[in-house]
Design a protein around this ligand. Structure first.
Ligand SMILES: [Zn+2]
Length: 93
């Protein structure tokens, strides 16, 4: 799935990262984020993913408070996922 339509950052040329999560658990409407890990430019878009499709949830290990905090801020969410990638725990195997 490509949110931005671009595989690489137009400025840095590095591969973009993306993350898609559902607005509500049973909703087809999802928020897709794509960002550049080098210059931190990011883009968000509403995307549709069929309900049957399993989207891995990067925030699943967090409690409700931390989830809410990250979902309210796209920059915090992007930072969080970058941290998981650095630790090697994202994307799930
Ligand atoms: Zn960039």
């Amino acid at each position: 799935m490509s949110v931005s339509g671009l595989p690489h950052c137009a400025t840095c040329g590095v591969p973009l990262r993306d993350y898609v999560h559902r607005v509500r658990p049973e909703s087809e409407r999802c928020i897709g984020l794509a960002w550049c890990p080098a210059c931190r430019t990011y883009a968000g878009a509403m995307v549709h993913v069929p309900r049957e499709e399993d989207l891995p949830d990067a925030l699943a290990p967090l409690d409700e408070f931390d989830r809410e905090r990250l979902l309210k801020s796209e920059t915090k969410l992007v930072d969080h996922i970058d941290r998981l990638i650095r630790r090697g725990t994202w994307p799930p195997a």
